[in-house]
Design a protein around this ligand. Sequence first.
Ligand code: ACO
Length: 319
Amino acid sequence: MTYSRIVGTGSYLPEKVLTNRDLEKMVDTSDEWIRTRSGIRERHIAADGEVASDLAYAAATRAIDSAGLTPADIDLVIVATTTPDMVFPSTACILQSKLGIGGCPAFDVQAVCSGFVYALNIANMFICSGQAKRALIVGAEVYSRILDWTDRTTCVLFGDGAGAVVLGASDEPGILASKLHADGSYSDKLSVPGWVCGGKTTGSPFVQMDGGSVFKFAVRVFEEVAHEVLDAAGLTIADVDWFIPHQANIRIMEASARKLKLPLDRLISTVERHGNTSAASIPLALDESVSAGRIKRGDTLLLAGVGGGFTWGGVLLRY
Ligand code: ACO
């Protein structure tokens, strides 16, 4: 039986930092409102001309390096993104070209903030079925491009960044259980309801959000999906060393940890410094914690994503 496990991680944050104080000069908001409602103090913003594949490339090369591999060793590229470089080709194909590794399958996954969890699940199936041996999975986002910077209810919450992992074939299980879900009847709760049509953008090209609905839904499904993957693996919450939920909002994350009866010191949170980086948030938090020596080989990690769609999912893994 072939299993998959994470053999390398990497991440990248654009140089420019936008603080809550900076936002006070742009919209009618305050550092205090943003911190108390979301836990965010600052976020990174991509430079003009810096696109998702640039962020993805930086994170990917670090992940490949940390696995002790070269790009030529990669035989599957999946990019989870809501902010692709262009309508097509996929950001994964553009990344593959930047890495100089044509030939292997490369595609994007669009599940908004659950994108990384979706992509990890898909890559796991490729590896367990023998179709790939070393998969590169990247979450990369430039949300700054799809925010209305005059709308204080959304622009204060998001940031740009990328995180990546290399998932390798293994004799020992790394990924222990994984579950994905979606319910498209919630599609109007969180969306960018615009499209390219007849040479122009039709609808709105900016994030629209019913914050209250997102909040309640996220707390509920984080708890549900956590139990689903724990049950599937025959483990309990006491076996989880680290909980890495999608970094949307510290209140959602802490409420979920409390419902799961998980001590808050086992909750990984980077939202204070990154904001919500959508599909990039989980691999960014993972790589930072691995680099800092907090997450160690053999630790049991619970990853959980929720995002527009709504989509949601969980992955339980032994790092
Ligand atoms: N600065 C100051 N005031 C603001 C701001 C702001 N940036 N944004 C909204 N307000 C105002 C509102 O206009 C409202 O004013 P009013 O009472 O005069 O109408 C007031 O603050 C309270 O607004 P609420 O929406 O009730 O604030 P709430 O406490 O619910 O917090 C928030 C809003 C932070 C969006 C919350 O609903 C939330 O956390 N939702 C989850 C959404 C989320 O995290 N989205 C991320 C993307 S989704 C995902 O990643 C899965």
